[in-house]
Design a protein around this ligand. Structure first.
Ligand code: MG
Length: 291
């Protein structure tokens, strides 16, 4: 064996196979967003002032709140560096309802929210196909999945016309057995065959995933449109359970994907918001840097 072959034989495997650790992705910015209840403050203006001081770029209201306060939200966002990120549900009924009247209620109220979401420039409207408590629900069968994809196709095409999307949120089995993992939601997006159907990951619900990194990668840039953030320990502020509040693996995937959308706080708070909210923001920025 020549000297070159010997050197190659003893070289670390990664150098030969091309599996050496990748260089860190170029600076990908972290776009943070808050749901309506996260920031302290009595009025929307006070909340937005607090958010702006922290460099928060997105605001995520509920769908019902959006409809009732559309003008107030628009006026309050004018001249600020904050945009509406996503709209969180707020519709009545549910898409997998067995009762046609409940399904019709979903169709009407969801479309009303989607239309307003488009007008205000939201990335999408978040929805869950069926919570465990929503009954009677279509059975968990192939026919139901086919029906869901057809219905989502129509809804997605409507959302596109409105300039927005619908965003499927997988939960965990305690809340919604139907759709529990990001990859499952992404596969439904693919099979719905509409660019208006997207999905998201919620770090709280993602406790069912075997890998935060794998979960986000399975949706990829084609389907991943939004992310929810909470402490993995008790769904309060990130950092309230330091032993489990590690988001670096998930953040690595988002950075590799060059994820351009929002990571939005959807969580409770175990103490003083004036203290815990800025601390959570600081923690996430540190972990993003580390990823
Ligand atoms: Mg969520």
């Amino acid at each position: 064996m020549g000297a070159g072959a010997l050197a190659a034989a003893s070289a670390p495997l990664g150098l030969l196979s091309g599996c050496a650790p990748k260089a860190k992705p170029a600076q990908v910015p972290l776009h943070l967003s808050f749901q309506h209840g996260i920031a302290p403050g009595e009025t929307l203006a006070e909340k937005l002032d607090f958010m702006e001081k922290l460099g928060i770029e997105g605001y995520e209201p509920g769908g019902q709140y959006l409809l009732e306060h559309f003008d107030e939200i628009t006026q309050n966002l004018r001249g600020r560096s904050i945009k509406v990120s996503a709209i969180c549900a707020g519709f009545r009924g549910f898409i997998l309802a067995e009762d046609p009247a409940v399904k019709a209620e979903f169709d009407t109220s969801m479309r009303e929210i989607v239309e307003a979401a488009g007008r205000i420039g939201s990335t999408g409207v978040i929805m869950v196909p069926a919570f465990n408590h929503q009954k009677p629900c279509l059975p968990h069968t192939q026919e139901t999945r086919d029906y869901l994809c057809e219905q989502l196709h129509e809804l997605g095409e409507y959302a596109l016309k409105c300039g927005t999307t619908v965003i499927l949120e997988p939960l965990n089995r305690k809340e919604a057995f139907y759709m529990r993992q990001v990859a499952d939601a992404a596969a439904i997006c693919r099979d719905a065959r509409s660019e208006g159907v997207k999905c998201m990951g919620d770090f709280w619900h993602m406790k069912e995933e075997t890998s935060d990194y794998g979960a986000f990668m399975s949706a990829g840039t084609q389907y991943l449109r939004h992310v929810h953030m909470a402490s993995k320990g008790n769904r309060k502020m990130p950092g309230e359970n330091p032993e489990v509040d590690r988001f670096v693996e998930g953040f690595k995937a988002l950075k590799e994907l060059n994820y351009p959308y929002f990571v939005s706080f959807e969580c409770g708070c175990g103490g003083d918001r004036e203290v815990l909210v800025p601390a959570a923001v600081e923690l996430l920025r540190q972990q993003w840097e580390e990823a």
